[in-house]
Write a protein that binds this ligand. Sequence first.
Ligand SMILES: *Cc1c(COP(=O)(O)O)cnc(C)c1O
Length: 495
Amino acid sequence: MNLVYRSTRNGEETATASEAILKGLTSDGGLFVPDSIPKLGVSLEELADMSYQETAYAVMKEFLTDFTEEELKSCIRNAYDDKFDTEEIAPMVKVGDAYYLELFHGATIAFKDMALSILPHLLVTSAKKNHVKNEIVILTATSGDTGKAALAGFADVPGTKIIVFYPKSGVSPIQEKQMVTQKGDNTYVIGIRGNFDDAQTSVKRMFANKELEKEMNEAGCQFSSANSINIGRLVPQIVYYVKAYGNLLKKGALKEGEPMNVVVPTGNFGNILASYYAKQMGIPIGKFICASNKNKVLFDFFQTGSYDRRREFYVTTSPSMDILISSNLERMIYRITGNDPEQCAQFMQALTTDGVYTITEEMKKGLSEFYGGYATEEETAAKIKGVYEQYHYVMDTHTAVAAVAYDKYKNDTKDETPAVIASTASPYKFTRSVMDAIQPGAEDATDFELVDALKEISGVDVPKAIEEIRTAPVLHDTVCDIDKMEDEVKHILGI
Ligand SMILES: *Cc1c(COP(=O)(O)O)cnc(C)c1O
């Protein structure tokens, strides 16, 4: 039987998995959610000995029920190969009292690779299955890491174009260089004079624009999304939490059925939602520790039950989490309303028009497994330095935000359950902030001098993704205002 996907905002709209992947967003601006979360078809004991690829198949076959075994296995094979610099794909390292699940061993050294290595394959397969003849135009807003990971995934994939908008002054220098040097005739990268939320809001508006859809259709193309709102990104992210549990069993850190906690540095709520889905599939998880940086809208939400985006936006050293509208939270809200699309739509409408909504006491109970934490800029830097000095392990700024939140959680609760910290980026992606934390005072050094200094102190080889951009020419230099984004898209598509 096929799993049915529904809109979080309207009970009428349904889709198969491949249709949901193709569309990205539902036509009412909501998100696709599966009717129910399927259970894992393998036992916990079996997990301990499964490879990443085998685990991926076990998870994804339950969600993507209209894909054949051969299709899905082929997507997995093509995604999780030697693009990753380790056979384990997502290795786990124990540092101090926590397990760091390193999700940054892919092509662009951030955890977005875990999903964006496979999404192009899922999308092209979905297009074939649904007899789509149109060219697929991937339209994406990025806070830095999605952009490059999506560009790398879709570059020169036949039948696709990819357009990425990023906040011109809101990403790290290395993130920007990674994007503007992207090769591939079908890739387009545009800086905007605005922040990530501006970019994401405009992109969502283009998705919902029926007039634009019609014009594009006449020109033989259609949008799809590589943002974490696409179910084709969410599902592959469940895999590494399932794998992490298998790893802990294998290490003997847990006995079968004993829970682990997860700590996730959070922006758009995609990664942590995937861990929540892993639990619904049957993985024993105790607490979901949701870590925010100075943009702590989620921390406040877990404290008060009010989601209030009317606040100052800060550019921090963990830019991929500089987000005030956490899109994937909508899937959680839908769930805690008891899957009530009308109520969910009202909350989302309130967020758009008033900038705030407050959930009911009843709904709050549905969030009891979540713990909100946050880290200031000073705490983040001190954590990087402290862990480096004590353990000689260098983590990136986003991971450090999670590590700080975990410290606070332990202090608060004295909970000693083994914890897995999602380590979402290589320190080399945020070299300047990382080096600034460990050895401050190198303001005059270039980014690549800092890369070499980081190699010296960490003993970790410089990843290929960084070596590649040292000398690469800038191929994309367009910058536009927020209200000109649609014009840019039309220009690129020739409509
Ligand atoms: C995207 C990103 C995050 C936030 O993940 P969400 O799924 O948006 O919550 C955290 N850290 C890094 C390095 C990222 O690239």
